[in-house]
Ligand binder design. Structure first.
Ligand SMILES: Cc1cc2nc3c(=O)[nH]c(=O)nc-3n(C[C@H](O)[C@H](O)[C@H](O)COP(=O)(O)O)c2cc1C
Length: 152
């Protein structure tokens, strides 16, 4: 089974999960890089605003075509109760190209459900599985069992 892990991560929390999943499944990995600067305090404010308005932004060129994979794992942090803007832009850019999908989402504490629903709406299909982890759980490595059942 061919697997692609596509993720966006601003502060490397979601990235840590993406890299573990890709290593365990021997999958290709795509980091989504926005052309918009979301770094620092100003970037944080811009991120919240763009997420709320479901803004579509330009991304750096990606490497892999999702339609070549049986399953695409999509990983993203929650921004203002929704998916971080670059992921929604990636999904939109690849509309109709996803076979099966799984979603993994990190957040300080809240907004997982809204983010899953929004991602499902943009992809146009329900995920096979979802994984929701807090920033703290990822930092403290408190996710091994849940990660195993997510990638099964
Ligand atoms: C613009 C912005 C908005 C955020 N909004 C939320 C939120 O609504 N709820 C929450 O629990 N965490 C929120 N967070 C925190 C991130 O979801 C959390 O720190 C995440 O694990 C960061 O992942 P990353 O390092 O992969 O970017 C927000 C972070 C940013 C930058």
């Amino acid at each position: 089974m061919s697997v692609l892990v596509a993720y966006y991560s601003r502060t490397n929390i979601t990235k840590k999960l993406a890299e573990e999943i890709a290593a365990k499944l021997n999958a290709d990995i795509e980091e989504i890089n926005p052309k918009v600067n979301y770094n620092g305090k100003i970037g944080y404010m811009r991120g919240g605003k763009d997420a709320i308005s479901e803004k579509i932004i330009d991304l750096e060129q990606t490497k892999y075509d999702p339609s070549n994979y049986d399953v695409v794992y999509l990983g993203v942090p929650v921004w203002a109760g929704k998916s971080a803007t670059p992921m929604i832009s990636y999904i939109k850019e690849n509309e109709g190209k996803f076979n099966e999908v799984k979603f993994f989402v990190t957040a300080g504490s809240t907004g997982f459900e809204g983010t899953f629903e929004q991602m499902e709406k943009f992809v146009g299909k329900a995920p096979q599985k979802t994984l929701a982890l807090t920033t703290k759980e990822v930092k403290k490595d408190e996710f091994a069992d849940r990660l195993e059942s997510f990638i099964e």
